[in-house]
Design a binder for this molecule. Structure first.
Ligand code: 5RP
Length: 265
């Protein structure tokens, strides 16, 4: 890896080999997602606790202070919507040149393995990796969800993650599942785990984070389970405690419980 590529990745993945990425790119196909209607308001208090933030260029330019030093993982795929015909029909929506203008630390795009537009999304990844390699920009591949995709199944996720790594993604975002260690063991690049839809309890979220990092993930790229919580700052602090400080679920949960008692966010 060239210096620039290594340096960008090192901004996201901390010296302990771990990362807490804050995902807030949902609007690119979901529009004004609940509690992310005003991205600046939602994200500002959380940014100091995020190792990186995953957003679109629209949110970067309108809602993140340019003097903020948070590394940007720029969502560069889209062209679909939740009410459209097929979520897998994605294209590259942002050039690598614009990613450099934004001073992104990585670019992210979704792949839809097993879906109608599988080939197109894998070709998007290959093209982005080619450009990324030329200029030193790491690519994060996101193993996307879809009605017909087995996003809880280790065999399916191992397939999607491995293909992403083979095509040159520098790291992969995927879902946690039973036998997750098998997904991690068969993927030669680091994995970060998505939170998915808001889980019932904070314990469930923190258990997911704990299970992810004890079964081979280097961290999380989590959105709704942080900023849809009534205590988002406490939640991200609790996630950090597990990912970076080796806290157990009960110890991390205490951070959230304390915030509830003190009525802090
Ligand atoms: C979809 C995505 C999301 O937009 C987002 O990053 C997911 O985060 P979370 O599931 O934790 O809310 O990548 O594929």
């Amino acid at each position: 890896m060239d210096w620039g590529m290594k340096n960008r990745l090192a901004r996201i993945i901390k010296p302990d080999g771990r990362t807490v990425m804050l995902a807030a790119d949902h609007g690119y196909f979901l529009g004004p997602t609940s509690r992310l209607e005003n991205p600046r308001k939602t994200l500002e208090p959380l940014i100091p606790y995020a190792d990186a933030i995953m957003v679109t260029r629209g949110v970067v330019r309108t809602s993140i202070d340019p003097i903020s030093n948070v590394p940007i993982v720029l969502r560069v795929s889209g062209g679909n919507s939740i009410i459209g015909e097929d979520l897998s029909n994605e294209t590259i929506t942002t050039s690598v040149k614009d990613a450099f203008r934004i001073n992104a630390s990585a670019v992210a795009l979704s792949i839809y393995v097993g879906a109608k537009h599988e080939h197109q999304t894998l070709a998007n990844l290959a093209k982005l990796v080619d450009e990324g390699e030329e200029y030193g920009m790491p690519v994060l591949a996101v193993t996307a969800v879809g009605k017909e995709l087995g996003n809880q199944d280790a065999r399916y996720l191992a397939l999607a993650c491995r293909i992403a790594a083979e095509l040159g993604a520098k790291f992969v975002k995927t879902y946690y599942c039973d036998d997750f260690q098998k997904v991690a063991d068969s993927c030669p690049v680091p994995l970060v785990v998505a939170g998915g839809k808001k889980l019932e309890t904070e314990r469930d979220v923190l258990q997911l984070v704990y299970d992810s990092v004890t079964n081979g993930a280097i961290g999380v790229d989590m959105g709704r389970n942080i900023w849809q919580n009534d205590h988002p700052v406490a939640m991200i602090k609790a996630v950090r405690a597990i990912v970076h400080d080796g806290a157990r679920v009960d110890e991390a949960l205490a951070i959230v419980e304390e915030a509830k008692v003190k009525e802090e966010v």
